[in-house]
Ligand binder design. Sequence first.
Ligand SMILES: CCCCCCC[C@@H](O)CC(=O)SCCNC(=O)CCNC(=O)[C@H](O)C(C)(C)COP(=O)(O)OP(=O)(O)OC[C@H]1O[C@@H](n2cnc3c(N)ncnc32)[C@H](O)[C@@H]1OP(=O)(O)O
Length: 900
Amino acid sequence: MSQLSFKGHTVVVTGAGGGLGKAYSLFYASRGANVVVNDVSQAAAQTVVDEINQAGGKAAVNTASVADGAAVIKTALDVFGGVTILINNAGILRDKGFKNMTDQEWDQVQLVHLKGSFSCSRAAWPIFCKQGFGRIVNTASAAGLYGNFGQANYSAAKMGLIAFTKTLAQEGAKYGIKATVIAPMAASKMTETIMPPEMLANLKPEFVAPFVAAVTHPDGPEASGRIFEVGAGYIAEVRWERSKGVVFKTDVSFTPSAVQEKWSDVTDFDEGVEHPQGLPDFDPQAILAAGSNLSSNAQASPEVRFEGKTVIITGAGAGLGRAYAHMFAKLGANVIVNDLSEKAANAVVADITKAGGKAVVAICSAEDGEGIVKVAMDTFGGVHALVANAGVVRPNALGNMTDKQWDEVMAVHLRAAYKCAKAVWPIFQKQKFGRIITTSSQAGVYGMPGLANYATAKAAIVSLTRTLAIEGRKYNILANSIVPSAGAMVGLGRAYSNVDAIKEEYVAPVVGFLASEANVDTSGGLFQIAAGWVAQLRWQRTGGHGFPVNKPLTPEAITSKWKDITDFSDGRATNPSSTQEAFMQIAENFGNESEDSNGGSSSPYADPEDSELVAEAKKTVEEPTEYTYNERDVILYNLGIGATEKELQWTFEGDDDFAALQTFGVIPQFAASAGISLDWLPNYNPAKLLHGEQYLAIKGPIPTSGDFINEARLVEVLDKGKAAAVTSIVETKDKTTGKVVFENQSTVFIRGAGGLGGKRVGKDRGAASAANTPPQRKPDAVLEEKTLPIQAALYRLSGDYNPLHIQPEFAAVGGFDRPILHGLCSFGISGKHVLKTFGEFKDIKVRFAGVVYPGETLVTEMWKEGGKVIFTTKVKERNAVVLAAAAATLVNPGGAKAKL
Ligand SMILES: CCCCCCC[C@@H](O)CC(=O)SCCNC(=O)CCNC(=O)[C@H](O)C(C)(C)COP(=O)(O)OP(=O)(O)OC[C@H]1O[C@@H](n2cnc3c(N)ncnc32)[C@H](O)[C@@H]1OP(=O)(O)O
């Protein structure tokens, strides 16, 4: 594929003063984007902007806090007049064991990662909607996916961003907005404190930036709403995997003991798995019906009971919380009924007491973890289980969501779960026993339009819980999250036709088991529960692709390996369950120097004289690409090289002799040849690239429409001192017959990219590299043709959209005072002159010796030498040679008009 350009795009990168953000900024700028470099450090941001400006790019500093997204986006609008891409990258670490984590450390991390990503996205959103295009990349982390010791705050925030992204992807789909979330592993200020230097050396941010570029480009691979792990040249996609689970009969025998009895089946992923993508993801009616056909549930023995145990339930005045309270009390527990509503909580306690149970209210916000625990300690002298259930819903479309709506939902769901867990933690640690159950949601798993705040909080809770499970294990503190479906859950029941099937009572027994002593080792799990059905969710990761670490990674290489990156069905997928496990596969790519980006290890054009860099680059085998064309494309090409309305055989599809001019043979392969990445060249600048030489062999008749396949490879890279000359070969085959129709060899001359080492003079490639010298006599024939000022604008429509030929600013960067004509256009015009004079040829080769400006007159001087026509093309107005060392081999040397 051709190189992805970001010309005309404005990219806002937060936290761009160093690490990943800096790498993103530099990369986007190198591909033509305007970049807003946001960082709270003015000095760091300015350094990045200076670096971009010095390289000829465009960038502006912004030092606003990401929590004030409007101020961040404003710079893009003020300086560049818009924004098309937002990379939410800013982040901080406040690592601490959960026991010692301060509220400030918790809040600061949530503010920067969650509120920051929300605020910046919301500010960009209306602009994206209006223009019908927008890309957002949010930054999660392996710690977010799997939880991580000492990072309860960070893990929670990072996991929150996964559901946030999924929500944006769903809300944005109808506006052309796409959102992707990455879990990058890269050396940065954040990681340098936690990883040894030799490890960091493998984790260059430059291995992440091309991925972000690929998925944000309008022509990039489809990645919206999807999760990717990216680091050290390794890239893989991650998705949810769900066990088949167990269906229980929802009668009185559906108890925590019944759940215990079947628990090993719930967590069994060997009996078939599913990969739910979104709502509705199950049929409650069918589950209920299946359960009703079962005989009563078998009970584990001894029965799961809670005598002497105190259970805190937040938000227990109604719905799920109330159902839990009743169940726990019935099974002998002391219950703390927390709710903001005194009336509701009192009613629950009254009912429990009336039934002979023990319960007491704790009327306060669920955020007052200490207050709730105090009630438990004062009343019952202890606490053994926490069910964090309190929640509110504040729905709104992202663009309209207020800070208040965001903050309230974060506070009641996420901060409250943190605060309650924090309050019970020292007690649990001391008594070496504790059970924590937190409440996630399908919104947290899939994201949910109109509920960005809720989905984010519900996902964040999962990873907070996973980290608690990791840190708590040695104290026998087990922590799990549930994804309950219950009718009373505002806003969620609507996804299902019959809310009666998803009663709160059908969730409670699972919570009971998880909170009990009978649960001896289930921790860090995520369980989906509805209508008497319980299943476990875990991550599944593709085998992914490991790119070589000894050469720069490009978006084009990533796109070419998209299938490997995203294929869950090729037998290589795994189920990492911890940050360490996830990291191991990434670490396996450390030192991957032998494999090329396509898995091959040798090139048919390998040359012992090649420098290491070139040898490595040559190993790349580009994916075959297709080219389909029709008569219209043929006419457009013929017009592009000067065919006229009088030459009907070239411009009217109804003409009996309608045909493509022979040099059309360079068109089907153009994208394949121009798409070979040159990013690995030192000092590569696309604006400094000129077409140097072209060889075309025509090996079969040229149809006026067709389906072709191109296979492209790098042949030769020469160090010309100040410049590099890079030659590629492309074989173009007829898709149906598999026969080679064209062979092209193209040399590009990249000024300023020399000094890369290796050879200066290339190998003899026969006619493709021949330095054809005209004989010392007057030409046998001369044809003259004035190009049109519009020539380049017309020719580009055949597929070479290089701005060098149309955009004055780009041409200026290339060193020209106005756009120049495509080399292949002059090539086509001279080829036409040869054809008109001597008939068809089977091959043609030229060197582009000087530039042509659209509107200039081309004079082709031709000498017939045996079966060859040697020719030189000059610009009449400047008497400058523009095509030199040129020749065509005639099909029929004896006479004109020969046919292949
Ligand atoms: C199908 C796939 C297509 C790929 C994408 C193409 C994208 C297109 O959109 C791009 C274009 O169409 S650009 C327009 C067409 N090209 C031009 O106009 C270039 C014209 N040529 C020049 O300006 C100079 O010859 C110039 C600048 C090329 C060289 O000039 P100098 O630097 O003065 O070179 P010089 O000192 O004479 O020689 C240095 C060494 O380089 C070799 N060399 C010279 N011209 C070459 C050329 N055109 N191609 C390849 N090699 C070339 C010389 O042999 C010399 O080598 P050495 O020192 O080893 O002997």
